[in-house]
Design a protein around this ligand. Structure first.
Ligand SMILES: Cc1cc2nc3c(=O)[nH]c(=O)nc-3n(C[C@H](O)[C@H](O)[C@H](O)COP(=O)(O)O)c2cc1C
Length: 209
């Protein structure tokens, strides 16, 4: 099957992209408004895109009337946000925080999450999240008519003690983030396999062994 994007509606392009590019990690983003109202919402158009410095990217959709989501407005106005990563115990509240609450609702209080003070940015993280990345906005890029891509530099990593060896920085298999599939479907990390990298010399010598 071959689908030219030019022949697809926006909705169908979303259906294809969103159900083919899976599983996607979930950024449960916490921010506050210019006057301090807390906000959190999940985004699966999300990934790590660089490490020197560490940079993450978020794809924030705008509403049909062109309005930005509260997360986008807050990042535009304050320049800071926290990406909270999501494991299964946090999944249900993450899903509730995706409800289109109006800006005057504090989603932490509304869905029963605990703000965790950040160390290097003003917005709090989510205490229930096993990993929190404190981020400073480095760019906001308007892409087409519907999306703002946010690039954020990670200025601090908080990792729950049992998930990491603090000396070696090895993350344990207890770190089990969920992945977004499509619609209301998610995946678990319970079927890992190993595939060691192949060095160029080993590849060249493969026929002689
Ligand atoms: C798992 C999940 C992933 C989502 N990913 C995105 C996304 O990548 N981009 C987006 O604009 N909205 C996404 N949403 C919808 C937003 O979370 C939702 O519109 C939310 O109300 C926005 O909140 P805000 O206005 O407080 O920023 C997602 C929702 C869920 C449940």
């Amino acid at each position: 099957m071959d689908f030219a994007t030019a022949d697809l509606s926006e909705r169908d392009a979303y259906k294809l992209l969103g159900s083919l590019v899976i599983p996607r990690p979930i950024a449960f983003v916490s921010t506050h408004s210019a006057d301090g109202m807390l906000n959190c919402a999940p985004f699966s158009f999300f990934n790590a895109v660089g490490y020197a410095p560490p940079v993450v990217a978020l794809g924030l959709e705008q509403w049909d009337d062109g309005r930005e989501k509260d997360t986008g407005l807050n990042i535009r106005r304050t320049g800071e946000f926290v990406v909270n990563l999501v494991d299964e115990p946090l999944a249900e509240k993450m899903n509730l925080a995706a409800i289109d609450f109006p800006p005057e609702i504090d989603e932490f209080a509304e869905v029963g999450l605990t703000p965790a003070p950040s160390t290097r940015v003003a917005p709090p993280g989510i205490a229930e999240a096993p990993v929190r990345l404190e981020c400073v906005r480095s760019a906001l890029v308007q892409v087409g008519s519907k999306h703002t891509v946010v690039l954020g530099e990670v200025v601090s990593f908080h990792v729950r003690d049992d998930l990491i060896d603090a000396q070696k920085l090895h993350v344990s298999e207890a770190w089990r983030p969920i992945g977004r599939l499509f619609g209301g479907s998610y995946s678990r990390l319970d079927n890992r396999f190993d595939l060691p990298r192949v060095a160029l010399d080993d590849w060249k010598n493969r026929s002689q062994t």
